[in-house]
Design a protein. Sequence first.
Length: 220
Amino acid sequence: MHKLADFAAVIFDMDGLVLDTESTYIVAWKQAASVMGYDFSGDFWRSLSGLHYQDVELKLIDYCGAEFDLQSFNRLSGDCWRDHVNVHGINIKHGFSGLLEVLIRQKIPYCLATNSRAVNALECLELAGIKEVFPIVISRDHVQQGKPEPDIFLKAAEVLQVDISRCLVIEDSHAGIVAAFRAGAVSAFIPSTAQVDPLTVELCDLMMEDLVQLMNAICA
């Protein structure tokens, strides 16, 4: 079993891992799709977990056909999302605060590495009340290719000034685990959906139910 002392740094994903944003995105996507006359399955929405918005758009086009109006969908879903989070806020995932305290106490560097654009990531962190928590935020804007390509995690390791092989990447999505595997990091998988791809389990180094279980396992 890997221990926290084995790592030179910890890299957190944001959506679905630190913040419960993915549920807010799905609410907004469903509302926008409904307004446009579409009714997608829950499995389809869950398949978008962890993807960069450009990949989300490609999946929508593939699913609906080339006539799908992405511009209207993006505008409507953005409006629906802001309406939702302005009322309900964005929740922080269970166990994050406790793990963060351990990292700070043990002086282990950490950062955020997200497929979201920087402006969107910072907005989400602010809505959750933790905008100042991460000294380093690596976003999709900083790299050529998003997850599942390894670029974001390699960039994070570069900025942290540590070897990627000595980084623990904590992820909730298949795309994120694939990216961590390709980067050469040690990965911990905490699924944010009930259905899990067997390949994700095969590629990750650790699999836990939540951040509390992860913290108890690597800090024991």
